[in-house]
Design a protein around this ligand. Structure first.
Ligand SMILES: C[S@@+](CC[C@H](N)C(=O)[O-])C[C@H]1O[C@@H](n2cnc3c(N)ncnc32)[C@H](O)[C@@H]1O
Ligand code: SF4
Length: 349
């Protein structure tokens, strides 16, 4: 039975110019109707399921009203296994004491904060609304309510960013004892405001910034356990994501959400209030590609004792073994330099 559940809340108070996620502006009536759709699926498709990990992502889940958050969390109240990880994504500027109380009551034990950068000028230029004080206040509030498994997202590659501004951002998080940091390289996807403005990425600068992040976080005793993710100890990893990368199975609910269960890849397309379930059964080759594309993102790679991993490796044995980036030990396969993962994956795609 599937062990991980992702729920997509595609609403935001403001649309960021770089964002290509499935999301739209918050509208109270729409959210109310949207939550009914989620509830219906939980009650029908996952009536008897309990999950090891649940992840509520967005959009901005915490732009919902308290009443709406309670409605959403109520549907998930008895859906957790005894040892669980329950994450919600939050934009720090909207976090209130009442929200944290509700999260605590409904057993949320991990929060992923979208920070991106703390530099005032850059924050303004990317259309974000938070101030440094919002982040400090939010971190304190979560810790006060003993939700101390906090993760922070940063983005590097914005025009005005430099190694100095990135170092300040990292120092701020480290000083605040954040134990999980995701650093994403800025992507300019079609149809975003930045793409329309012909925003150009400086590949050279970006490469140096990544190099700095890797070296600096290593120096600060963070482990890079995945391409864009660092943690202090394995305890602080995103168990939800690790489980997905390792097992290749997860349930998903919500407009634009992707899931993968029983070899079937599915996505909720259609209209925000009239979802259309689009399913695709993967061929063996596609399945094995997916296993490797996802699993080799992990620094420690994949375990060959897992039947699906073993089959995937054997299917692409010739292509993988011929790459100098690929390492096979007795029980594991991995990419020896995850910065160059795409060069390895090219061999199997
Ligand atoms: C689902 S998103 C949004 C979470 C939250 N609403 C926020 O914006 O803070 C999760 C993360 O993806 C990253 N992200 C969003 N757009 C990106 C882009 N164009 N390039 C790289 N990372 C991006 C951000 O770090 C963001 O926190
Ligand atoms: S980056 Fe986050 S807040 Fe901004 S539009 Fe995308 S999902 Fe919404």
């Amino acid at each position: 039975m599937v062990k991980s559940l992702y729920i997509h809340i595609p609403f935001c108070r403001k649309i960021c110019p770089y964002c290509a996620f499935v999301r739209q502006l918050y509208c109270q009536k729409k959210v109310d109707k949207y939550l009914i759709l989620i509830e219906k699926i939980i009650e029908s498709k996952y009536k008897n399921n309990k999950f090891k990990t649940i992840y509520i992502g967005g959009g901005t889940p915490n732009c919902l009203t308290i009443k709406q958050l309670v409605k959403l969390l109520d549907c998930l109240a008895n859906k957790l296994l005894p040892k669980y990880e329950f994450t919600i994504e939050c934009n720090p500027e909207f976090v209130t004491r009442q929200q944290v109380e509700i999260f605590k009551k409904y057993k949320i034990n991990r929060v992923s904060l979208g920070i991106q950068t703390l530099n005032k000028k850059i924050v303004k230029s990317i259309g974000r609304l938070h101030k440094r004080q919002d982040i400090t206040r939010t971190i304190k509030l979560f810790k006060k309510f003993k939700i101390s498994n906090l993760s922070c997202d940063l983005i590097y590659g914005f025009k005005q960013q430099s190694i100095a501004t990135i170092k300040k951002d990292l120092d701020f998080l480290i000083k605040n004892k954040i134990k999980h940091i995701s650093c994403y390289c800025l992507e300019i996807k079609p149809k975003t405001i930045f793409a329309q403005q012909n925003y150009k990425l400086d590949e050279n600068k970006i490469e140096k910034q990544l190099k700095f992040i890797i070296q600096y976080l290593k120096q600060k005793k963070f482990m890079r356990y995945e391409v864009s993710n660092w943690c202090k100890t394995t305890k602080n990893q995103s168990h939800h994501n690790v489980l997905i990368w390792q097992t290749n199975e997860w349930a998903a609910i919500g407009w634009g959400a992707h899931g993968f269960e029983n070899n079937v890849c599915y996505r909720y397309g259609g209209d925000i209030l009239k979802w259309k379930l689009i399913k695709k059964t993967l061929t063996r080759k596609e399945l094995y590609q997916q296993v490797l594309i996802m699993g080799l993102r992990l620094s420690k790679g994949l375990n060959l004792q897992n039947k699906l991993v073993n089959e995937s490796y054997n299917f692409f044995k010739k292509e993988l073994d011929s790459s100098s980036l690929f390492i096979k030990n007795k029980n594991t396969i991995k990419c020896c330099n995850i910065n160059l993962l795409n060069c390895l994956l090219e061999k199997i795609i």
